[in-house]
Design a protein around this ligand. Structure first.
Ligand SMILES: C[S@@+](CC[C@H](N)C(=O)[O-])C[C@H]1O[C@@H](n2cnc3c(N)ncnc32)[C@H](O)[C@@H]1O
Length: 450
């Protein structure tokens, strides 16, 4: 609590104002940004550091027409799911927002989110039929974008995720959600960037880890000197990390040295090896991804005569394991680099029943052969915006026996599920949440329609 100069009228006025701005909230929900949600005097509030079921005394942080936010001063009744956050930066760093909630509590909360979204869209599904798993809650992030900032007043180079409230860089020495080989790289990476004369022109470094090695992509806004390049080269050699430079968009990424193996990961279900670049989209949590692949294969109930159409296929993470079990699979994605990587991955893994095609799936597929071909099953893994347009276009003609929908947004999953069930007559048969991004508000769900 602030202390005021005593005895003056000014002080008593201020003290009264402080008391007036303290509210006791009964928390009823949890927002995706990790804040508790509560109603007070008919208004909705977001409350920092407050969990569903808790009663907290909080002070007003922001009160505007659209935003009402309060900060917990004291927890009057704690949730049984409350735990001590593992990370010293929790609350400041924007990388995690739910470390104060147990792992099982996070999973239940995410499952409840999916159920609530399905209910909002009146999709028929037994609420207790939803299942969930949290395969790896710590040390799971095999890929991350770290902010870099040179702030002489704070001792020089800062490296870390953006702060939760502001766009500042949280200076972190370790991260409990990054895979250990990336977390342990942080102090030496910071030291090396500090030692570079072009450090002020480096806004970010992307880091990624594969089966046998790691890689970093150093974004730089002005050309780096010969000495700086040498310093980065020796960093790569000392740390056994492939270093790439990026001077502009994704097509400007170049390796600093020719030597070294590309990054790869292996898919347990099919034995496929997937090659990727640090900046490619890959599922960040390997253990969760393996579970998703298993679930997708199980839900599709594949046979050797199946022909599968896969929308939003990326670099073939689901496409290649599906190919092992079917007659043919066609994957579509609009990212040229990922489509190229998909083709390379198919070649590399000797899969000749796979085709990768570049297509923008927000546009109607006029005259595209794949839109009128016979496919027995449909698989899709769209971005947060969902897949309503393309489902509306192709499902009536394709009429697949099964649709497996991998979703990163319960809201658009529920919206699209409403169309598949109410308009096209499918039944939502199974729903499973796989906690891909523990400690964040992201929800990954696999749904089966028959
Ligand atoms: C969630 S990722 C799924 C990738 C893949 N299934 C995997 O497991 O790695 C979504 C994919 O949708 C693609 N995408 C986004 N918008 C698209 C669009 N309008 N048309 C086609 N593909 C799109 C992205 O390039 C990305 O590969």
């Amino acid at each position: 609590m602030p202390s005021w100069p005593t005895g003056s009228r000014h002080a008593s006025r201020l003290h009264k104002a402080t008391i007036l701005t303290t509210i006791d909230f009964s928390i009823t929900g949890l927002a995706s940004n990790g804040r508790g949600v509560a109603e007070h005097d008919g208004e909705s509030w977001f409350v920092d550091d407050a969990l569903p079921g808790e009663i907290v005394r909080a002070t007003i942080a922001v009160k505007r027409r659209r935003v009402r936010r309060a900060k917990t001063l004291i927890t009057l009744k704690a949730s049984p799911d409350r735990v001590v956050p593992r990370c010293e930066y929790f609350g400041v760093c924007g990388g995690c927002v739910m470390q104060h909630l147990s792992i099982s509590g996070q999973l239940r909360h995410k499952q409840a989110n999916v159920v609530a979204a399905l209910e909002r869209y009146s999709v028929e599904f037994a609420a207790d039929g939803i299942t969930g798993i949290s395969p790896s809650a710590w040390g799971y992030r095999r890929k991350g974008r770290l902010g870099v900032r040179y702030v002489p007043k704070k001792g020089g180079i800062l490296v870390g995720f953006r702060e939760r409230e502001k766009n500042y860089v949280t200076d972190i020495k370790q991260c409990h959600t990054l895979v250990p080989e990336l977390s342990s790289l942080l102090p030496s990476l910071k030291g090396r960037l500090q030692d570079i004369s072009g450090r002020e022109s480096i806004p970010q470094v992307e880091v990624a880890s594969g089966m046998n090695n790691a890689a970093i992509v150093v974004r730089h806004l002005t050309p780096l000197s010969e000495r700086d390049l040498q310093r980065l080269t020796s960093f790569g050699r000392e740390q056994n990390v492939r270093v790439y430079l990026q001077s502009g968009g994704p097509d400007t990424i170049v390796p600093l040295e020719k030597r070294g193996e590309p990054l790869t990961y292996r898919i347990r279900a099919s034995g496929d090896t997937i090659e990727f670049l640090t900046t490619d989209f890959i599922q960040v949590n390997d253990a969760a991804n393996q579970e998703i692949v298993d679930l997708v294969l199980h839900m599709l109930a594949l046979t050797q005569s199946d022909r599968v159409l896969e929308l939003f296929c990326g670099l073939g993470n689901l496409t290649l394991p599906v190919a092992s079990n079917v007659d043919r699979v066609v994957g579509l994605d609009y990212d040229e680099q990922l489509v190229r990587r998909g083709k390379d991955n198919a070649l590399f893994n000797h899969k000749d029943n796979v085709e990768f095609i570049r297509a923008d799936l927000t546009e109607a597929p006029v005259g595209e052969w794949w839109a009128s071909e016979r496919f027995t099953k449909l698989l899709l893994d769209p971005p947060r915006s969902g897949a309503l347009e393309i489902l509306n276009t192709i499902v009536p003609t394709l009429a697949p026996e099964r649709i497996v929908y991998v979703s990163c947004n319960p809201e658009t999953l529920a919206r699209d599920a409403a169309t598949l069930t109410a308009r096209f007559g499918y039944r939502l048969e199974a729903v499973q949440v796989v906690d891909m991004f523990t400690h964040t508000g992201h929800v990954e769900t696999i749904a089966l329609f028959v």
